[in-house]
Design a protein around this ligand. Structure first.
Ligand code: MG
Length: 266
């Protein structure tokens, strides 16, 4: 990695858990800022907009703003504008991310002429993933609607344990409807490409830090980015042992990242 190479940083499980900072994370972020390291926070979070994420992190002392954050909904909007212009999209998501979906037409039902949604968009699992909502998605996809998902994460870490995420539902939906969703968030190549473009960085000069070995670390490494796994958030030793690849670096926590960036820059 070149001196002052760029750093892509996952948020949940790396900087915070349930939006509370992990020990040493704020201080480490300040050190990266002081060293002028180009950085972007890259997250599959589907519960808040970039503006609200930035506000929450800044409240805890992280020196970041909305422009430092790239979310799966923001990249999904870019995908929909490019590949499904003018489409009527049915969004199933837990949380309000409409502010990150400019130029996307969201609909709930058939219009007065009986036109049904053209694209089913799955965001994050939670209360919105009811049987009725998922069954409607199934029927629309059977009728020819495109299926786009912001990610296929299987679970995430909350303050009181692991919670089942979109990927678990998506697998059943894909199997039942005999189709495969287009994934727009991590680990898709489109997401990492958008992040590198955002920073004007090259894959070889960039480090990705995450707590999900597949979605963050190995996915980044497949795109030529150096991968660092942190032992916080959803990290579990057995997941690392069973993984299909090996991280370039394994760190105790985000607090070790400034030191690694310095060593890689030498
Ligand atoms: Mg994470």
């Amino acid at each position: 990695m070149e001196r002052n190479g760029a750093v892509l940083i996952d948020i949940d499980g790396v900087l915070t858990v349930s939006w509370e900072p992990l020990p040493g994370a704020v201080e480490a972020m300040r050190r990266l800022r002081a060293a002028d390291v180009p950085l972007a926070l890259v997250t599959n979070t589907t519960s808040r907009t970039r503006a609200r994420i930035a506000e929450r992190l800044a409240d805890h002392g992280f020196p970041v703003g909305p422009d430092d954050i790239l979310t799966a909904p923001a990249v999904t909007a870019a995908h929909l504008r490019e590949h499904h212009p003018e489409a009527r999209c049915l969004l199933i998501n837990t949380g309000d991310v409409r502010g990150d979906l400019p130029g996307v037409t969201l609909v709930e039902e058939e219009d007065t002429e009986g036109a049904v949604p053209d694209v089913v968009v799955l965001g994050g699992a939670g209360g919105a993933f009811t049987y009725a909502a998922l069954n409607r998605a199934f029927r629309l996809v059977q009728q020819g609607a495109a299926l786009v998902a912001m990610h296929r994460n299987l679970y995430w870490r909350t303050a009181d344990g692991l919670d089942l995420d979109t990927g678990a539902f998506l697998l059943g939906l894909e199997r039942a409807a005999r189709t495969e969703a287009v994934i727009t968030g991590k680990p898709s190549g489109a997401f990492f490409a958008a992040a590198l473009t955002h920073l004007g960085a090259t894959p070889g000069g960039t480090l990705m830090v995450g707590d999900d070995i597949d979605t963050d670390v190995l996915a980044a490494q497949r795109h030529g980015i150096t991968g660092a796994l942190v032992r916080t958030g959803k990290y579990r030793p057995e997941t690392l042992a069973a993984a299909a690849g090996t991280p370039d670096h394994v760190l105790d926590s985000f607090a070790d990242v400034p030191g690694l960036v310095e060593r890689l820059g030498r």
